[in-house]
Design a protein around this ligand. Structure first.
Ligand code: PEP
Length: 248
């Protein structure tokens, strides 16, 4: 059985002070839940947020990571540094990293392998642009990303990963994919995973939807049996909204 998972992506927002206040409010307000919850905060906040989460069930996530262990990579952060800060999850291949910072599928594949090696759980983000969707290329785009990003990922590793389907046209735009659109894409992703790894493994992989998720649309998104949770950007920055999503 897959445990529902709601992860907040703070992107380049919050400071230590405001971040601590936010996680305190979330942990106070969310009550008992069967949903697994994580917050993925900026790197400079990781240690402080880890301390603030100590007596809660909320997990800590990072937003990016380099594929090498150490070296001359100015501005980058290694898996060991994330582990030392108490990180459990790491978002890899977010569309903002792919589009704004030119991350390639090969780099994302190397990051994924490093995350597995260091026992971090990757949240692999994939998704199509509006042009690709309108040109009816969604299937091809998702399959290419999956194929390249998981190239040498073993079945044992794959079973542990989280995949987030994030249509780029729905991120931060207020436009949400309809439940049918999200379910169709996520069904396709699970089918692809099953063709590579078999049914037993693909049934273990949690697949999230991401793109303008809010308290008001979470219930209908979560109705699809293939959708195991949400990766939440904007709405994860307000305790009330994030709690509303967790308690959908
Ligand atoms: C995201 O950044 O992963 C995201 C889904 O953002 P938003 O919820 O703001 O669309």
């Amino acid at each position: 059985m897959r445990i529902p998972f709601i992860a907040g992506n703070w992107k380049m927002n919050m400071t230590c002070q405001s971040g601590i206040k936010l996680v305190e409010a979330i942990s106070e307000g969310m009550g008992d839940t069967d949903v697994e919850v994580a917050v993925c905060c900026p790197a400079t906040l990781l240690h402080s947020i880890h301390d603030a989460l100590k007596h809660t069930d909320i997990k800590l996530g990072a937003q990016n990571m380099h594929w090498e262990d150490s070296g001359a990579f100015t501005g980058e952060i290694s898996a060991d540094m994330l582990k030392e800060a108490g990180v459990s999850y790491v978002i890899l291949g977010h569309s903002e990293r792919r589009q704004i910072f030119g991350e390639t599928d090969d780099q994302i594949h190397m990051k994924l392998k490093k995350a597995f090696q260091k026992l971090l759980t990757p949240i692999l983000c994939i998704g199509e642009t509006l042009e690709e969707r309108e040109a009816e290329r969604m299937n091809e785009v998702l399959e290419t990303q999956l194929q390249k990003n998981t190239e040498t990922v073993t079945p044992e590793e794959a079973a542990k990963m989280v995949v987030a389907y994030e249509p780029i046209w729905a991120i931060g735009t207020g436009k949400t994919a309809t439940p049918d659109q999200a379910a169709e894409a996520i069904g396709l992703i699970r089918k692809w995973l099953s063709s590579k790894y078999g049914d037993t493994i693909s049934e273990q992989i949690r697949i999230l939807y991401g793109g303008s998720v809010k308290p008001e649309n979470t219930t209908e998104i979560m109705e699809s049996e293939d959708i195991d949770g949400a990766l939440v950007g904007g709405a994860s920055l307000k305790a009330e909204d994030f709690i509303g999503i967790i308690n959908f």
